[in-house]
Ligand binder design. Structure first.
Ligand SMILES: Nc1nc2c(c(=O)[nH]1)N[C@H]1C(S)=C(S)[C@@H](COP(=O)(O)O)O[C@H]1N2
Ligand SMILES: [Mo]
Length: 215
């Protein structure tokens, strides 16, 4: 097990460095307070779950008419899409034009037929990570349940065999090693959201911490 206190404090310190930026970047594709990178850094809790295409499955459950569990074959047999998007980490790096391949989250969620009461989702990773979003956010056309990036399988360190990508939010909302999506009537905070990260996390509004709302 990693040293949680140290890891959490370290990450929060990184994201807080420089506090809130006063000026937007000149390059409008890069949100305020972010620096462009091209080396696709690795960021997670330091737990590498033992999951690969033969033991991976994805479960959609909670407030749905049709609960779904997909194994690798079933997942790869769904219609595949490609989407190019930018990735913004709250620790202040952004990588542009990432080319992801996988299944549209919307396509998959529609198959589960969300009940009218379903307004929020909790995303679960195989490492025990959780993060929350409004269901609406997951139905955006650019949200992808991805198995490949830049034409290659997503490596285990980046959340392979399958991770979520939610381009319009800070990258902590993009759950790696995606295990389950739970549809709920009420919003509940995930791992970082319950440790002070912003509930919404829009990079272009610089919503890093819940306290940023008051700054
Ligand atoms: N399952 C899981 N997903 C996760 C995390 C994690 O610790 N566990 N970290 C998040 C954070 S804080 C970031 S910045 C991105 C980083 O993705 P990368 O390592 O592929 O760059 O994954 C997000 N998804
Ligand atoms: Mo992050």
């Amino acid at each position: 097990m990693p040293n949680w206190t140290k890891l959490i404090e370290g990450k929060i310190a990184l994201a807080k460095r420089g506090k809130k930026s006063s000026k937007p970047n000149e390059n409008e594709r890069i949100p305020a307070g972010q620096k462009q990178v091209t080396n696709f850094p690795v960021l997670d809790l330091g737990i590498r779950p033992n999951v690969n295409s033969s033991n991976w499955s994805l479960r959609i459950f909670g407030l749905v008419e049709q609960e779904i569990t997909l194994d690798w074959m079933a997942f790869r047999n769904l219609p595949q899409i490609e989407d190019t998007s930018d990735f913004h980490c709250v620790t202040r790096w952004s990588q542009l034009d990432m080319i992801w391949e996988g299944v549209s989250a919307k396509e998959l969620l529609i198959r589960a037929r969300p009940l009218p009461l379903a307004k929020y989702v909790m995303l679960y990773g195989y490492d025990g990570y959780t993060t929350n979003l409004p269901l609406e956010a997951l139905l955006d056309d650019d949200v992808i349940i991805a198995h490949s990036v830049y034409g290659k399988s997503i490596t285990s360190e980046h959340g392979g065999p399958v991770r979520l990508v939610v381009p319009k939010r800070y990258a902590w909302k993009s759950a790696k090693w995606l295990k389950a999506i739970e549809l709920q009537s009420n919003d509940k905070p995930g791992f970082w959201e319950s440790r002070g990260y912003h509930n919404e996390g829009f990079p272009f509004l610089e919503q890093r911490f819940s306290e940023d709302d008051e700054l």
